[in-house]
Every structure is written in C-alpha cells, then in structure tokens.
Design a protein around this ligand. Structure first.
Ligand code: 4AD
Ligand code: MG
Length: 439
C-alpha cells in the first residue's frame, strides 16, 4: 500500500490508508487506545477499539513513545477529535523501530533540558517542530539566493577545501598532514573565488564549508560553518558589492515571508520584516564617533576593530535613527583588514571594505579587492606575510584580471538573525566547536 501523509488525510475520508511516523503519545484506556502519530506534515489520532483484537491491543501497549511505527486504518470523520476532526481506525500496526525507554529527554515535554545536553542528543532535539521548520526555511533561503543569482547570471563554483596557505589570518588555521608536507583546511574560498575573476567568470557564488581553528566559546562562533560567498567583476568600489548584497537579501527575505511568514510567526514568534533598500551605510570613523557620543567604549585591544557590544550599540542607533535592522559599516582601517582589501585611495589608511551588521550581529564581511599584483604584494609585505606561499595567488592578477569584489556571509548567522535565535548552536544542523566533535 502506498504511504499517505497526515496532511492528506482529509482527502482520504472513508478510505483505508497507510501512515508512517513516530508514536508521539499513547493514551491507553480501558476500552480504547489512542495513538498520536507524527509525520513531517502533522499529527494524527489513530484509535484502536481493544475488544476487537486483544492480541493487537496488548502489542500496542508495549510500544514506547517516539518509536517509528507504520499503521494502516480507515479514515473517518469525528468532530470531537481535536486534530482536524479526523481519526484513523486502526487495522494493523508494525513497529519499524522500537524506541527504548526512558528517552534521553522528551522533545515534546513542557520543559527542555540544557542546550548542551540537547546537542548530545541532537537527533532527538531535531524532532521538535521548531527545528523542522528551521531547516525548511534554511532550504528556501538557499533556493532563493540561487534564484536571484541565476537571474543575475552568476555561476556556481566549488573550490577546494584543502589549501596550501591561509587567506585570512594565520592564527585560525587547522593544519593537517598532506603526504610529505602540511596542508590547511580552508578559512574562506577567498583566493579561489578571486581566481574565478582572473578566469573571466565575472560573477560567481559558492555555498560550502569553511573552517576556523577559533578557540572561542561564544554564541556566534563555530570551528566549521557553511559560508556563502560571492565575487563580482567590473565593479567601481565596494559600494557596488553592497548594492548587490542588499537587493539579494531583500529578495531572500521576501521569499521567506511569502512562503513561511505565518508559520514563522506562529512557531518562532517572529515577524519577518522585508528590509528596505538601500540599507543605511556608516563609515567606521563615524561609527566610532557615534559610539563615543553614546557613551560606549570599544575595548582598547580592538585597535580600530569593533567588538560585539559595539556592533549591538551601533545597531541600536540605526534602529532609533533609521528604523532599520541592517547597517553597512564601511571604510575600515587597513590595520584590522586582510591584506587583499583595496585601499580607499592610494596609500590611504582606510580600505574599500564593509561589514554587514544585522540585528546587532556581523553576518558579512565584504570588500573590493586589490587586483594589481605589485600593490597586492606590497600590502602583503606590510602585513608581515611571506610572499612565497601566496605567490600563486598574487600571480592570478598578472595576466588581465578585472577589478572585482565580493563578500562572505555565514549561513547560520543569517538564520540566527532571520529567526531571532540567540545561539548559533540552535541555528545549525550539527554544531562544531573546540570541545564538540560529536555527534
Ligand atoms: O568575516 P569573515 O572572516 O570574512 C571572510 O572570510 C572574507 N574572506 C569574506 C570576503 O569575501 N571578504 O567571514 C565571513 C562571514 C562572517 O561575517 C560571519 O558571518 C561568518 O562568515 N563567520 C563565522 N560564522 C560562524 N563561526 C565562525 N567562526 C565564523 N567566522 C566567520
Ligand atoms: Mg568579518
């Protein structure tokens, strides 16, 4: 018999159907047994009249909650049933996989255990409806991104994750044995997406894994995350990159709102607000001044960079002043940016770069890249880098590479912002951090 989904029971009244799902609860009464079966489309009540078949009834009593079960039965209308006024009258039951008892925790319980314990039992935690919605939304987010890219003639790339040199900072590198030498897990597709510009692809994107040996235990850092990267040729400045990114994000938000707005409101309690373009833009020098005015002191060791508290304070300012949830902070000092960012003007201490802050959280860094090999090499040396390991990269710019720029966005951070989650561990399928390699 073909499987029927709970969501399609209404169209099957009077028929005998097969349902496959999890036994969410069993109410075992004197004469009746009520099984609440859950599948990805909803919950259904399955009723068994015990005197019909004592042996079957005894078997049902032994099925523990969260077991994977297959039932067949006749779909009938029953106005007193809370789940859509429909009930399935049980005919057969097969236990596909019996859940042990007790469960590590009840995903449908009134209270949930601590996050870390839930991460130990992540597959149980993922059974909660809030999580199934999260990953449906994330799927749509990526689909919408691709729709927009394809309308704008972007090409998808998959760059290697094994590399011979760091692209961001040497401190956050995972190294591994690569035959008779060292290799690194990629910190960003940065160099390879720029190579695509030298190859003449002009507009590319990649969604792929990124690794950072970052020993921090924050609510926003992972040692492995999914990066969304974009690179665009023939730009005049980082302004062109920001213009692309804000429209692209607006499109994604609109698609999410149209398809899941109501469900997100119901389950996450969040109103999806499609951001207006242009997003506010604030040069960093001004941001620092604004923070000072508001009495916020950036920790001295940041040396021109912004700390998370500063990001939140600027976001609060932007919300008050522009009623906007997004802000581009632009023109960062070269001292806190990677060597490959182009300077605002020749020898300027500032760069053609930006961070996108959303609801007080950095979700993107972007920039125009220095595409003149000689200046690029000079900037690398100024940062104290050795040229030899990155010579292959500098060579990309020797034989006709157009001006270009792009950005990297953390997918899990975007999901945090979109669904108002306060910990990245809740917004990613399986979290990786310094002390978590399992599951
Ligand atoms: O800001 P990042 O380090 O920038 C780059 O990697 C550049 N190559 C991007 C570019 O094209 N100029 O990383 C980009 C984004 C961050 O804004 C953040 O959203 C996310 O990646 N990210 C992390 N997400 C989770 N855990 C971490 N440890 C992250 N580090 C960065
Ligand atoms: Mg950054």
């Amino acid at each position: 018999m073909e499987r029927t989904y709970v969501g399609d029971l209404k169209e099957n009244i009077g028929k005998t159907v097969k349902l496959e799902g999890w036994l969410q609860t069993l109410r075992d009464q004197k004469k009746m047994q009520f099984l609440i079966l859950r599948d990805p489309t909803g919950l259904a009540q399955v009723a068994n009249f015990k005197p019909n078949d004592e042996e079957l009834a005894a078997r049902i009593s032994q099925v523990n909650p969260e077991s994977a079960i297959i039932v067949t039965g006749k779909v009938v209308e029953n106005p007193v049933v809370k789940l859509g006024g429909i009930e399935v009258q049980l005919e057969t039951l097969t236990v596909d996989n019996l859940a042990e008892s007790p469960l590590p925790f009840d995903p449908f319980g009134e209270t949930l255990p601590m996050l870390d314990y839930r991460l130990d039992w992540r597959y149980m935690d993922l059974r909660r409806p809030i999580n199934s919605l999260l990953f449906k939304v994330e799927t749509l987010v990526q689909q919408a991104m691709r729709e927009y890219w394809s309308q704008k003639h972007f090409v998808e790339m998959h760059s290697p994750k094994l590399t011979s040199s760091p692209s961001e900072s040497g401190a956050e590198l995972f190294s591994l044995d690569y035959f008779d030498r060292k290799a690194y897990l990629t910190q960003s597709p940065q160099f390879y997406k720029q190579m695509a510009m030298a190859a003449g692809f002009e507009r590319i994107f990649e969604i792929g894994p990124v690794f950072r040996a970052d020993p921090s235990f924050t609510a926003r850092h992972m040692t492995e995350f999914t990066g969304v990267d974009v690179e665009i040729s023939w730009i005049d400045s980082h302004e062109d990159v920001m213009e692309f990114q804000e429209r692209w994000l607006q499109y994604v938000y609109q698609r999410v709102k149209d398809e899941y707005g109501d469900e997100i409101k119901e389950i996450f309690g969040v109103d999806i607000v499609v951001p207006e373009v242009p997003f506010p833009r604030i040069p960093m020098a001004e941001a620092v001044r604004i923070l000072k005015e508001r009495g916020y002191t950036i920790p001295a060791e940041k040396k021109g960079d912004l700390d998370p508290g500063g990001e939140r304070e600027i976001a609060a300012y932007v919300k008050e002043k522009f009623n906007h949830d997004f802000v581009f902070l632009t023109d960062w000092p070269a001292t806190v940016r990677p060597f490959y960012h182009m300077r605002l003007a020749p020898d300027s201490p500032l760069t053609r770069s930006y961070d996108l802050i959303a609801n007080g959280l950095e979700i993107t860094t972007g920039a125009q890249r220095e595409h003149r090999a000689d200046i690029l090499a000079k900037q690398a040396l100024e940062k104290g880098l050795h040229l030899e390991p990155i010579q292959y990269y500098i060579d990309f710019f020797r034989y006709g590479c157009p001006s270009h720029g792009g950005f990297g966005l953390g997918l899990a951070r975007l999901m945090m912002v979109l669904l108002n989650l306060n910990n990245i561990r809740e917004s990613v399928y399986i979290f990786r951090g310094p002390t978590r390699l399992n599951p």
